[in-house]
Design a protein around this ligand. Structure first.
Ligand SMILES: Cc1ncc(COP(=O)(O)OP(=O)(O)O)c(N)n1
Ligand SMILES: Cc1ncsc1CCOP(=O)(O)O
Ligand SMILES: [Mg+2]
Length: 372
């Protein structure tokens, strides 16, 4: 059977032959290729930075993050010389029409930002390597820029976490349940933005598996995901933070492990514990138990008085917790709470979406009155 001749391949082969016999022109050709690689990746990195910058500007209104994006773009632009631009050959570039299906869809803002950070970091890695063939300082310069992009990424993600924490008014603390994922999803559909995974008895193998599923679920709804008690688990499953009780690891130690971009919450039952938690650098506190509760049977109620104390004295977000349900949430709100955390009221609800919406509507009402 005769084989058809692919003229493109023949051209390529003849090019290579020419290159082999003409070392000088090979060098020139290689240089052109390097220039094209540098040109294309300088563009990729700049575009990615611009996408991040727009979110920092219009989404977060954060001048400091906008500034860092701008400085990075300017530092990058200094390397985009006329000779690199001149090497551009868009019609002859087979990469321009290729896009991965994942690029066509982004499930939420976090996914969009992360995809663009990866794109910038990849481009900078390419610039670092191929840049060494272009200029003696280019490799070093892009290595430094790449680390600045990592820092920008952690600052931005940390800032977003803190913003969402401050906006969250309802906090679901989970308890083991057969339909846990379904229930949490129903609450997320009702507008929940903060979830804590709490299972005091499961094996770690189960905890890891459940925590990963919950983290994915929460993030797909743009909600924060916190792990109870365990800093190691929080890091292992890439949670947004950890919740620590009075008997758990000290905040200062947890902070060293988690950094400032992840959240640390602390349980408090009285004024002294609250002041210490704030001084130690907690991002938020639990205030309670407000009422006695079978979920934490060994803890006596701190009462509504402590809620009122928190309303007057806490400089950080605080969540009233313990025995709160639809029948008493308005008493807790009246005592000064703007945020509440619940276990049974949602986990055992027949209609978790509806109860979530009810809680949020009551809490929003208070904020609206306070702001008017
Ligand atoms: C939001 C919130 N507040 C308080 C607690 C209780 O933490 P802790 O006292 O460590 O008790 P356990 O939950 O670990 O039994 C919490 N988990 N979340
Ligand atoms: C974990 C915890 N910490 C203080 S009270 C409490 C449990 C609250 O559970 P519920 O909302 O079912 O009363
Ligand atoms: Mg604990």
């Amino acid at each position: 059977m005769s084989k058809s001749i692919d003229t493109t391949s023949l051209n390529e082969i003849s090019n290579r032959v020419v290159v082999m016999v003409e070392p000088h022109s090979q060098k020139a050709q290689t240089q052109q290729v390097v220039y094209r690689i540098l040109d294309a990746n300088l563009d990729r990195a700049r575009e990615g930075l611009r996408i991040i910058e727009e979110w920092c500007r219009f989404g977060l209104n954060n001048g400091q993050l906008v500034g860092e994006c701008k400085y990075l773009r300017q530092d990058l632009a200094q390397w985009h010389t006329a000779e690199l631009r001149a090497a551009r050959d868009t019609p002859g570039d087979p990469g321009t029409e290729l896009s991965h299906p994942q690029e066509e869809q982004r499930s939420n803002m976090k996914a969009l930002l992360q995809a663009n950070f990866s794109r910038i970091q990849e481009a900078m890695r390419v610039l670092e390597e191929y840049g060494k063939l272009y200029h003696p300082n280019m490799g070093k310069a892009f290595k430094q820029m790449r680390y600045r992009v990592y820092t920008l990424e952690t600052s931005l993600m940390g800032y977003q976490r803190h913003q969402l924490l401050w906006r969250s008014q309802l906090y679901l603390v989970t308890s083991p349940a057969e339909t846990l994922l379904k229930t949490v999803e129903a609450a997320l559909k009702g507008g929940l933005t903060l979830v804590q995974y709490r299972d005091k008895t499961a094996d770690d193998i189960v905890r890891v598996e459940q925590a990963i599923k919950l983290r994915r679920l929460c993030h797909s709804y743009g909600a924060l995901f916190i792990i109870n008690d365990r800093v190691d688990l929080a890091l292992a499953v890439d949670a947004d933070g950890v919740h620590l009780g009075q008997q758990d690891m000290p905040i200062t130690m947890a902070r060293e492990l988690l950094g400032h971009q992840r959240l640390i919450g602390k349980s408090t039952t009285n004024a002294e514990e609250m002041q210490k938690a704030i001084a130690d650098g907690a991002d938020y506190i639990g205030v309670g138990p407000v009422y006695e509760t079978p979920t934490k049977a060994d803890k006596p109620a701190a009462g509504l008085q402590y809620v009122s104390y928190a309303a007057k004295n806490s400089s950080i977000p605080w969540f009233a917790i313990g025995g709160i349900d639809a029948s008493n949430i308005n008493d807790v709100i009246e005592a000064g709470a703007e945020r509440v955390a619940v276990v049974r009221a949602i986990i055992q609800a027949e209609q978790p979406t509806l109860i979530t919406q009810y809680f949020l509507s009551q809490l929003h009402r208070i904020k609206t009155i306070a702001n008017s």
